[in-house]
Design a protein around this ligand. Structure first.
Ligand code: ATP
Ligand code: MG
Length: 441
């Protein structure tokens, strides 16, 4: 993409409405614009990142055997009356009436809907387990929408649901999601710590929030340092082997990690050596929990057991805040000059800077590099504007592409270009061929 053609409305000044760094950088880097409180339009670069995150999440769900569906955003109130949540949900739910005076709502979540679909079709334990997910926009009329896309009212969520015969089988599904989440967040370049969370009236210990550490996080985090140091990238587990999956989960749950509500200071002091205690703040990016027959009972989702009896299915639900992740990743990965995208979700891999757009040799070299990168399928954003070098460098740092390839007249005379890593700031003078091969072209 040529910058002269791209819609990338960057800003030099810090927008006054943004309180935290990710929100400021998303506005300044021209990724989003607010439509109304907690509701955003995604501009080309922001939307590209959102879709890349969505794709990583999708691939990891598919890998664990979860199947993608797409349920509507608008749901009928009657469905929610069956579970009792239509009244219980409160003012966070956006309630709508259609032209026939039927009560509808914009879905804040989909447990009722997926349970309804399941109960109409599945009647025997033989069809279990069933694991399904969708990636869909949700609406929650949050009291205090803030921090940009991190706490919006309209936001993109991946929510998955599991259906199993009994608690034991449901726990197996739960553990698969646990491991899947470790892999997903590692691929996104994040260190996400699974924290034991509140299970409410259902009890048990099958509820974890996945939290990434960031000073601006809304939750307090208390955990063993080994959690922070554990590296889940490259974690390979056979999802068909429940024992192998359990081993991974057991390791992660053997260490102390709790959020605000569940933190037990006395346990933290006695179980975790002083030099291993981490007390920080974090951002919730995912939440998994088992809730038994909470929805299958009221919605009549029962199946025939091997003994020939009827039994309500045991369910769990598993969320990831896809749009929140865009902000959360920036919170975890930026410096004073701007965003530093992990390569897996960067909008473009390379930013090509033509230092002198008026110079024939520079332009010719850049056009050729641009063509070669495109041909090789390397995503490149080409700054072909007639602008001062300083402005180009500042914009490129701001939008945070992993590599910058700088082409100037002096270098070209010597036959070299400059390759800069955004993350380390390291610059190298290399020949054009070696720059291209390093970038995969
Ligand atoms: P929170 O405690 O932050 O309100 P929640 O417990 O309501 O979250 P879930 O219902 O478990 O969240 O939703 C799953 C995921 O969706 C969360 O882990 C979070 O990443 C994301 N999410 C929830 N609410 C919002 C929101 N208002 N804006 C953006 N993402 C959200
Ligand atoms: Mg909430």
């Amino acid at each position: 993409m040529r910058l002269t053609r791209y819609f990338l409305p960057t800003m030099k000044d810090t927008p006054s409405e943004a309180q935290i760094v990710s929100h400021r950088l998303m506005l300044r880097a021209g990724m989003v614009r607010q439509a109304s409180a907690g509701i955003y339009s995604w501009l080309p670069m922001g939307y590209k990142v959102l879709r890349k995150i969505e794709q990583v999440v999708r691939e990891e769900q598919d890998r664990m055997g979860c199947q993608e569906v797409l349920m509507p955003t608008i749901q009928s109130a009657d469905l929610w009356r069956k579970s009792g949540r239509y009244d219980a949900y409160g003012p966070e739910m956006l309630r709508i009436r259609d032209r026939h005076d039927r009560d509808m709502l914009y879905g804040p979540t989909n447990e009722e809907q997926i349970t309804e679909i399941f109960q109409a079709e599945v009647h025997s334990y033989r069809a279990l387990p069933k694991l399904m997910y969708h990636i869909q926009w949700k609406f929650r009329d949050e009291v205090r929408p803030r921090f940009g896309v991190m706490r919006g009212r309209e936001f993109l969520m991946k929510d998955a649901y599991s259906f199993d015969l009994d608690y034991e089988k449901a726990a197996e599904s739960y553990r698969k999601f646990f491991v899947c989440y470790l892999r997903t967040f590692a691929r996104l370049g994040l260190k996400a710590i699974p924290m034991e969370a509140d299970t409410g009236p259902i009890g048990g210990n099958l509820s974890h929030e996945f939290i990434i550490l960031a000073d601006t996080g809304e939750s307090a985090v208390f955990c063993h340092r080994d959690f922070v140091e554990a590296d889940a990238s490259g974690l390979k587990v056979d999802y068909e082997d429940p024992q192998a999956v359990k081993k991974v989960v057991d390791y992660y749950t053997s260490l102390y990690a709790r959020t605000d509500e569940k933190h037990d200071a006395s346990l933290f002091e006695s179980e975790v050596p002083e030099d291993k205690r981490v007390e920080r703040r974090g951002i919730e990016v995912g939440h998994i929990f088992y809730f038994g027959t909470k929805y299958s009972e009221p919605l009549g989702a029962s199946i025939a057991t091997p003994e020939g009896e009827e039994s309500f299915v045991h369910m769990g639900s598993y969320g990831i805040g896809v749009s929140r992740l865009v902000g959360a990743i920036i919170e975890a990965s930026h410096d004073e000059n701007g965003i530093i995208w992990p390569e897996s979700i960067a909008p473009y891999k390379v930013g090509l800077i033509n230092l002198r757009a008026g110079d024939e040799a520079c332009t010719k070299a850049c056009d050729e590099i641009y063509a070669k990168l495109n041909e090789a399928g390397v995503e490149v954003l080409y700054d072909d504007r007639d602008e001062r070098p300083g402005a180009k460098f500042a914009d490129m740092d701001l939008i945070g592409l992993p590599w910058q390839l700088v082409v100037g007249p002096r270098g070209l005379e010597k036959g070299v270009v400059e390759l800069k890593s955004r993350a380390t700031g390291e610059k190298e003078e290399v020949s054009l061929e070696s720059a291209l091969s390093r970038l995969g072209a």
